[in-house]
Design a protein around this ligand. Sequence first.
Ligand code: GDP
Length: 510
Amino acid sequence: KDADHVFEALLNTPAESQTLEEEEVLEERWIKEVVTRSGMKYRWARLAQEKERENRDASRRVLAPASLRPRPPVVTIMGHVDHGKTSLLDALRRSQLVEQEAGGITQHIGAFLVALPTGEQITFLDTPGHAAFTSMRARGANATDIIILVVAADDGVMNQTVESIQHAKNARVPVIVAVNKCDKPQAEPERVARELLEHGVVGEEHGGDVQVIPVSALKGDNLMLLAEATVALAEVLELKADPGGPVEGVVIESRTDRGKGAVASVIVQQGTLRRGCVLVAGRSWAKVRFLFDEQDKALEEAGPSRAVQVVGWKDLPSAGEELLEVESEQRAREVVEWRSYEEEQAQLKEEHKVIQERQQEHQERYQEQRQSTAHLSWRQRKAALYRANRQQAAMRPSEKTEKNQHCLPLIVKGDVDGSVEAILGLLESYDAHDQCQMELVHFGVGEISEKDVNLAETFSGSIYGFNVSASKSILRLAEKKGVQIHLHNIIYKLIDGLKEELSSTLPALL
Ligand code: GDP
């Protein structure tokens, strides 16, 4: 109770009416409270406290407008399938290449920068579609300032157009409409504008404030107009950031590169990213060794709204994770350790719950069994129980207490989110068709870890890795524990291997 009280006081006291010493005294009291009450280690309590302080400082920082400077908008393109999102992105990217020296090969790093002749800049996120957008939003990282809604002039408003409008509304992100394919003879841009009205998107011609720009991604018509409309909207939005102070941002893509190692594309949201910065994202951290732009040109620094590839990660961070600068490598390790600790606690809790539920189920089944077999002899009762247990075991094959052969518990690891998702998708469809017994125990991005091996041992399962490696010590550990690790670089080979292993376990079922 007292800790809660002190904590409340800390949060609610405005920064300016509290001296630093007062704050520290309060913090120290809070930590002592937590340590005595919950038996938490002092070090953990201290870290939790510091995290809270960072949050407080961050909110105070927003209140210091003197250091804010205008920044370019970050734009996501959305719309119905086949309406030309990819074509528009390509056209915009190409328009940029002409601007700069020829010969640059643009890489897909998740975003690219377009500079207008007037000097203004726009960052386009280049994973179109709302899957990427919503997954980022789900993680609380709202990286987009403006949505360009692409609607084909010959097709009009379709269901994914409506979905996109809904996403924009929910996220409170303003929209610009690009009426695409206006080069087509059957194009009816006026019809599109009318249909949009029905969904609350009111164009300027109809007295609203949404800019509707007719374009052709194919011919490259009116791209400049679209870019200017974007810049104009950005001005109205007064997008600002503090280029000084610690870096904040969001991871938009991550991959393992043959030459560079773990690479994450990030968008800087506050501060200026430089070589030597120490960053934390999720449960990985980096001491920035290099920064590259979308043409693999090395950069000295990247300010707000800039997308860059960051080299120097210890582990691969995931798309959508928040990026924060910390003051030292030591601090970065602590933050990562703290986050892992939190996650493990949550996982343990979850596992505990599952075990309890299963015990409960067992108990109930046993009671039922006893009641329904009360009139039978001891021998008959035992036979019935045995049959029921066998049935149950078939339904829940991975449970360790009911050791069975006809199930394959799986752990899937991949190099990037995308590949893991692809494998899970394939597994799902396979599972549905063939009704074979697979149970996904765990999946994730990154090298095969000791945790994976331990999990596989617990569930008597196998580990499948796509485009990832396993260190010698991990391989030795797996061998010792009798855990199979299968590493593949081609998805269909991985799936084939899996099918083979499945069918070799199936006969035991019969
Ligand atoms: P997405 O699914 O929204 O990414 O759509 P795409 O960019 O893949 O485009 C779908 C199809 O429309 C492709 O065949 C494109 O060549 C075509 N397309 C895209 N933009 C235009 C355009 O401005 N004019 C015409 N005529 N065709 C276009």
